[in-house]
Write a protein that binds this ligand. Structure first.
Ligand SMILES: [Zn+2]
Length: 350
């Protein structure tokens, strides 16, 4: 926890400043407040008159910055400085426009702080993004609902078959039993956020990411198609109770699923025979594993929309989450020298 740099940065104040949702303003002593709890982004501000502490507490986005400053006569310049510093640190942001709809805003939460990405830009980035979810089980449902709640504007749901009792629990209810899975999931997604579009994406507007859910080994023909089209994809599955997310495949840049197959075959020569039996086949994971795996996968998908100097943890790697043991293990899958995807020749980030 630290006091922010005192030099006032040259950032404009938001029109309607609001504290980032999820942050607490806590009094530590006379004239001293703490905003946020996490040492990575929380700050302590000292030397504040009582009126400024109250004004910071009441920063709810309903007043304009001008009105807030105008109401404070004695310590106006100090308030301007503190607000400017908090804005530069990402702790104060622009309030969402008031809406007549009872819907809440996009769930970007404190991502803007972690991703060092302005919240308004982050929300807009998610709203204009399109992703596809391809899978027939509970993971597809959980992932799609989380993506809708995260504010992804367009979800292409690629589910087949009809809803069975085995599908219930991660978003489907008995009401959807017997319905085609695709339209049933579109209904569930619209209940999560009516603004989410669920029409099929076309060749002109492809998905930025396809989440390949449920199948322990994704169907080779699906993977081939994605590689040919150059579409990034992220496998999300539960194998014998352990959730596995990744590797994130960016064709030609990262290791691909064929790279992983070649590594496995190097270690276990009968892997191709096992993989061919598993291809496209779903397991029926318990809901605890489904939910923690889906949450991890969607967080990694959101990393794609928050450009950073550090690649996401699923770059050339899988994350394996074991809710029983409470462990997340990262396993590296480097490009394979015999794979035709070409990633082996690409310089990888450190
Ligand atoms: Zn490859």
């Amino acid at each position: 926890m630290s006091t922010p740099a005192i030099t006032t940065p040259a950032v404009p104040l938001p029109g309607h400043p609001v504290l980032l949702s999820g942050l607490d303003v806590l009094e530590r002593g006379p004239g001293e407040i703490q905003i946020g709890l996490d040492p990575r982004h929380g700050v302590v501000i000292t030397g504040l008159p009582g009126t400024l502490v109250d004004r910071l507490r009441r920063l709810d986005g309903r007043q304009t910055a001008d009105a807030i400053l105008l109401a404070e006569s004695e310590h106006r310049e100090q308030l301007r400085t503190v607000l400017t510093q908090l804005t530069a640190l990402g702790l104060v942001t622009e309030a969402e426009p008031a809406s007549h709809s009872p819907r809440r805003g996009v769930e970007t939460g404190l991502w803007s702080l972690r991703a060092r990405h302005h919240q308004t830009a982050l929300t807009e980035r998610r709203r204009t993004s399109a992703m596809a979810v391809l899978g027939d089980g509970r993971l597809a449902v959980a992932v799609a609902v989380l993506l809708a709640n995260a504010g992804i504007g367009h979800l292409d749901i690629r589910m087949s078959g009809t809803v069975t009792e085995q599908d219930l629990g991660s978003g489907f209810t008995e009401t959807e039993l017997g319905m085609p899975r695709r339209s049933a999931l579109a209904d569930v997604v619209r209940r999560a956020d009516p603004r989410t579009r669920t029409t099929r994406l076309t060749c002109r507007r492809g998905p930025e990411l396809v989440l390949l859910t449920d199948a322990v080994v994704p169907a080779p023909e699906v993977v081939d198609e994605l590689m040919t089209a150059g579409t990034p994809h992220l496998p999300v599955r539960v194998r014998d109770g352990t959730g596995i997310v990744g590797p994130l495949v960016v064709p030609g840049r990262t290791s691909c699923l064929r790279c992983a197959d070649l590594h496995r075959t190097d270690l276990e020569p009968c892997w191709p025979r096992i993989a061919s039996q598993l291809a496209g086949r779903d397991q029926h994971p318990d809901l605890g594993a489904v939910q923690c795996t889906a949450a991890l996968a969607v967080a990694q998908a959101m990393r794609l929309l928050s450009p950073s100097e550090t690649p996401p943890p699923v770059w050339n790697a899988t994350l394996e989450i074991d809710a029983f043991d409470g462990k997340v293990r990262r396993r590296t899958w480097v490009p394979h020298p015999r794979c035709p995807c070409g990633a082996v020749a690409v310089r990888q980030p450190a």
